[in-house]
Design a protein. Structure first.
Ligand code: AMP
Ligand code: ZN
Length: 136
């Protein structure tokens, strides 16, 4: 097994466990962006959102919701970012589907997710029409 998160699920390497059920596991990110940075993963391996079954995504989302409350009551952050990278171009490094929960405090400067610099150059009508026309 060459997937590091599958090895964590199997108990072959340790993690800082935060929550667990039959389908998903939540543990601390070892290179945290902020105090209480948690990863939530499905126990069954998939690479990213695109190859993960919708039912599994729903189970992970329930765990994300649970952990968000754990973070909120315990660390009392001013906000929480939920983010998820798909494929290296989007910043994915570990190829086992995972969701980041990053607690945020006012003016912490941890990150700004994007700059809206393209909006004025794009034909939003055309893009929305293309996406609506896509099958599936
Ligand atoms: P991503 O860029 O979305 O693929 O994020 C992968 C995350 O996994 C990074 O934030 C890493 O710090 C984290 N990570 C890698 N190995 C481990 C590990 N053994 N335990 C906990 N977090 C890890
Ligand atoms: Zn895996």
């Amino acid at each position: 097994m060459d997937c590091i998160f599958c090895r964590i699920v199997a108990g072959n390497i340790p993690c800082y466990r935060v929550a667990e059920n039959d389908d998903s596991l939540a543990f601390l990110d070892i290179e945290p962006a902020a105090k209480g940075h948690v990863l939530v993963i499905p126990k069954q391996h998939s690479e990213n959102l695109l190859d993960t079954k919708p039912d599994t995504l729903a189970l992970v989302a329930q765990m994300v919701h649970h952990v968000a409350h754990q973070i909120d009551v315990t660390l009392e952050p001013d906000g929480i970012n939920i983010l998820q990278n798909n494929r290296p171009a989007a910043g994915q490094v570990v190829m086992h589907y995972h969701v980041h929960l990053i607690p945020r405090w006012n003016d912490d400067n941890v990150m700004k997710a994007w700059r809206p610099k393209l909006a004025t150059k794009l034909d939003l009508n055309e893009i929305a029409a293309q996406l609506r026309a896509a099958a599936g």
